[in-house]
Design a protein around this ligand. Structure first.
Ligand SMILES: [Zn+2]
Length: 260
């Protein structure tokens, strides 16, 4: 005989569900004994997106073993606890168990192979961002775990790999929307340091004396510009040409949209 549980997920976690499961309690067949973490991932939500889990009103961690008839409520990280959590749970009996790890002191990222353009623009805004178009899933996971980097990906299966604690599923597909989504989700608007990092290799950019690099410049660039910057790692030279103005316009637009 099948056993079943009742699941209700909240806020943006609904993005991972099929339409008929969203914003309502739905039943789910329990075919084998399993932890609540496994069960929620089998519904489609990566563990990296989850903070609070309540079973029949009690706050639990990922290791809780699911039992027949359990009522499961799942929340992402919340700035303030919603009323249904405060009134519908046994807060007085036990403390809340947060499944999200402690926030990182520094926001550093590693991006999957499909997010190359997002990687360049995060670097443009000054965020330490690793990306290579030949990183496989094993490498991405180990870089994220070993270097405490937030794994940004559009692949939810990748986020479900064991051991990954810092990760985020990028919802949107359009570049500028992706940037806004990441900046908003991690509250990074006031942490931007534009033009401090190389868009190509993630190295730090420093001002450089024109004399040191002028043999590498095209005649017109040498003629029209006097201020130059260079990547410490790949030695790429930057200057405030037309490309710079386009970037600056985009950064200004992002600031406006972010309310700064
Ligand atoms: Zn570089």
């Amino acid at each position: 005989m099948f056993e079943q549980v009742n699941i209700c997920v909240y806020e943006e976690l609904n993005d991972f569900l099929r339409p008929h499961q969203r914003n309502r309690e739905f039943t789910y067949e329990l075919k084998q004994p399993r932890s609540v973490k496994d069960l929620i991932e089998s519904v489609g939500i990566p563990h990296t997106e989850i903070d609070l889990i309540f079973i029949n009103g009690e706050s639990v961690d990922f290791n809780y073993r699911i039992q027949n008839g359990d009522h499961i409520s799942v929340y992402p990280e919340l700035k303030t606890l919603p009323d249904q959590v405060i009134t519908g749970t046994s807060l007085l009996k036990a403390p809340l168990r947060h499944n999200k790890p402690e926030p990182l002191h520094e926001f550093r990222f590693v991006l999957d192979v499909h997010l190359g353009r997002l990687a360049s623009y995060l670097r443009l805004l000054g965020f330490d961002t690793l990306y290579r178009n030949d990183y496989d899933d094993v490498t991405l996971a180990s870089v994220s775990v070993n270097e405490h980097r937030i794994l940004l990906t559009c692949d939810r299966q990748l986020l479900m790999r064991k051991g990954i604690t810092y990760g985020y599923f990028v919802r949107t597909r359009q570049l500028q929307q992706q940037l806004l989504e990441v900046l908003s989700h991690f509250d990074l608007y006031d942490k931007q340091q534009p033009f401090t990092r190389c868009m190509h290799c993630n190295g730090k950019i420093q001002q450089v004396d024109k004399k040191e690099i002028e043999t590498r410049l095209l005649t017109k660039t040498k003629e029209y510009y006097d201020e130059f910057f260079q990547c410490e790692s790949c030695r790429k030279i930057y200057w405030k040409g037309s490309h710079y103005q386009k970037m600056q316009d985009m950064i200004d637009k992002i600031r406006t949209q972010g309310g700064n």
